[in-house]
Design a protein around this ligand. Structure first.
Ligand SMILES: Nc1ncnc2c1ncn2[C@@H]1O[C@H](COP(=O)(O)OP(=O)(O)O)[C@@H](O)[C@H]1O
Ligand SMILES: N[C@@H](CCOP(=O)(O)O)C(=O)O
Length: 316
């Protein structure tokens, strides 16, 4: 999986005609991905990706379109929504909200090296710098309030070892929430995992899947990103990779003292967020042909983040 809504050629041809991009040569469902139905679409004028939005509040789609326009105009390699000849970006196909975007080149990197991590750090800094002066406000639907609401009941399904880990982390979130939310803000990708970045050789060629994008503390975005790009099999931070990512980011946007202080907390909050969402996905999609990520990965990472050996590079 995951193509939830299969398409027939005639309905796709009718959908594509108003873009004026030429004849449909070929199309193919994309197996990767877990939220939406995605298709590679080959037209006479180029290569594109069609997304049928399967879940989530569709009233947020104009927000994502606007944010991606801002990032595209700032020169970031993102899949902005193409317009039809009459200027429509958000359309409908097979009764689902539908968007056509340029296909970005490159592949996902499974085993990143320090160069990849430095590129990702720089990209994230550029994303924050492009938005921090005019933040497009959107409260994350998987933010701190969500964690504090959903966490206690989801924790009840955990074993004896995991339960205190989750409870202590939720307590820390409640205690630090006000200070955390007061950190410097921008727009966040909020899901910058390896499977949302494309590398063309050594060049970072694309950042995709902005459906978790929101406004919030920039440090949180960095913590989400680092937990995925710089963790080893045992969930420990790889110091070499983490320094490469943080150093490249800090060269473009230096950290504040408050960010340096809350860095270990940010890493733990970022673990809780994906531990909880993966527990929900595992409960919701059990037995279905849907890609489910292992929640236990974030239990292990959270256990390792009780001590954080990699400080933020912060000049006093
Ligand atoms: N604009 C794009 N250019 C190239 N590949 C893309 C693009 N958008 C999506 N893909 C491919 O489709 C896959 C699934 O996309 P993603 O947005 O992660 O789906 P989901 O929202 O279902 O998680 C990606 O892993 C990537 O390989
Ligand atoms: N990258 C995430 C999946 C996206 O999060 P979701 O809350 O939108 O499901 C992961 O690997 O868990």
């Amino acid at each position: 999986m995951s193509v939830f809504t299969p398409l027939e050629r005639p309905e796709l041809e009718a959908f594509l005609a108003p873009y004026g991009l030429g004849r449909l040569k070929d199309f193919q469902g994309i197996a990767e991905g877990s939220e939406n139905s995605n298709f590679f679409v080959s037209l006479e004028q180029g290569e594109y990706v069609l997304t049928l939005v399967e879940r989530g509040p569709s009233h947020d789609l104009p927000y994502f379109i606007e944010l991606l326009d801002v990032l595209h105009e700032a020169g970031l390699p993102v899949p902005y929504a193409l317009r039809t000849e009459s200027g429509e970006a958000l359309r409908e196909l097979a009764e689902k909200p539908a968007l056509l975007q340029p296909r970005l080149p490159g592949k996902h990197v499974r085993e990143p090296n320090a160069h990849h991590c430095a590129e990702v750090g720089a990209l994230l800094a550029h994303l924050h710098l492009a938005t921090r002066d005019h933040v497009l406000e959107r409260k994350s639907d998987r933010g701190l309030d969500w964690m504090l609401t959903e966490g206690p009941s989801l924790a009840l399904q955990l074993d004896e070892q995991a339960l205190p880990l989750m409870r202590n982390a939720l307590k820390e979130i409640a205690e630090t929430k006000a200070r955390f939310l007061a950190l410097p803000r921008a727009n966040l990708h909020a899901d910058l995992f390896r499977d949302n970045v494309l590398f063309d050789g050594t060049h970072l060629a694309g950042v995709i899947d902005f459906y978790n994008a929101c406004s919030g503390p920039m440090l949180y975005d960095l913590a989400i990103c680092l937990n995925d790009w710089c963790s080893d099999e045992e969930g420990r931070l790889d110091v070499h990779l983490a320094r490469a990512l943080l150093g490249a980011y800090a060269a473009l946007r230096p950290f504040t003292a408050a960010e340096a202080e809350l860095w270990p907390t940010a890493l733990r909050i970022a673990c809780v967020r994906f531990w909880l969402s993966r527990l929900i996905a595992a409960n919701t999609f059990a037995g279905q042909d849907v890609l489910i990520h292992d929640p236990g990965v974030f239990e292990i990472r959270l256990a390792q983040r009780q001590q954080v050996a990699v400080a933020l590079p912060f000049a006093l």
